[in-house]
Design a protein around this ligand. Sequence first.
Ligand code: NAD
Length: 300
Amino acid sequence: MRIAFIGLGNMGGGMAANLAKAGHEVRAFDLSEAALAKAEERGATRAADAAAAVEGADAVVTMLPAGKHVAEVYRSSVFGKAPTSALLLDCSTIDVATAKAVEAEARAAGYEMVDAPVSGGIAAAEGGTLTFMVGGTDAGFERARPILEQMGKAVIHAGDSGAGQAAKIVNNMLLAVTMAGTCEAFVLASKLGLDPQVFFDISSKASGQSWSMTSYCPVPGVGPETPADRGYEGGFAAQLMLKDLRLAAEAAGSVNAYTPMGGEAQELYERFVQRGGGAKDFSALIKMIDDSWTAPGDRN
Ligand code: NAD
């Protein structure tokens, strides 16, 4: 299959390499020369621009920073440039409204398009073990599945256009909320004199249990190995979690959904990123909660 791949950054670089490894002819484009050169080394062919990459393609995959980049690339370089027989797959995490708008424009121009954001970070993109949440028609999903399976371990049809983005940001909002709650609980437990390991042993088997506690514990030396054990390096950067929380808030506003816990988590991550924590794993929030703690009930 001839696959155009646009956006070869931290995530797209590994994903494009996996498609090339699977035997596809990958035509790559990125605004960054360094990203393009690396993609070439890893089996892709470089295109002069995005429009050249999509020429004659059977599928177009995009992995771009945000909604404005996705809208711009599809409008200027994909619609009318790729053959209408090409399947369009946007794997970026973007706002639901832009995802739906771009997909509607794709449909009007005669294309099948799906939104297919991913769960899993850079290591999963490299290892081909991402989880894809797909929004689009049944036919679009069935066409997308074999391509996505070559970059991931799970491909799930979330619903119609935009449903992949909705699933992604709602899941991440819940993750931020449980992580913030877990951080807060460990800080309180320790200030009340509980050993963090003992609190983990109890809570991980009791009703306070969540993935944030048992699989991604924010306390070093407690639970399985996590970014907390590596000085909160690697993992899922707090600034990317903040991006997803902003998208969730925007989506909630658009449907009048009341999301007070998501709002509180967003406020905490805004403050954490402002204080310079953006590149740290999102579980490092515990350090800010610990530092700002003055007395029980007096968190600010
Ligand atoms: P990145 O910034 O490393 O990569 C984005 C790439 O897009 C860059 O190389 C940039 O040069 C390129 N680009 C921007 N505008 C372009 C244009 N007009 N034409 C061609 N190329 C262009 O970002 P990333 O970490 O790879 O993330 C990509 C997407 O995946 C984001 O939406 C992010 O939210 C999502 N995501 C990231 C992670 C993660 O752990 N990094 C995990 C899940 C989802």
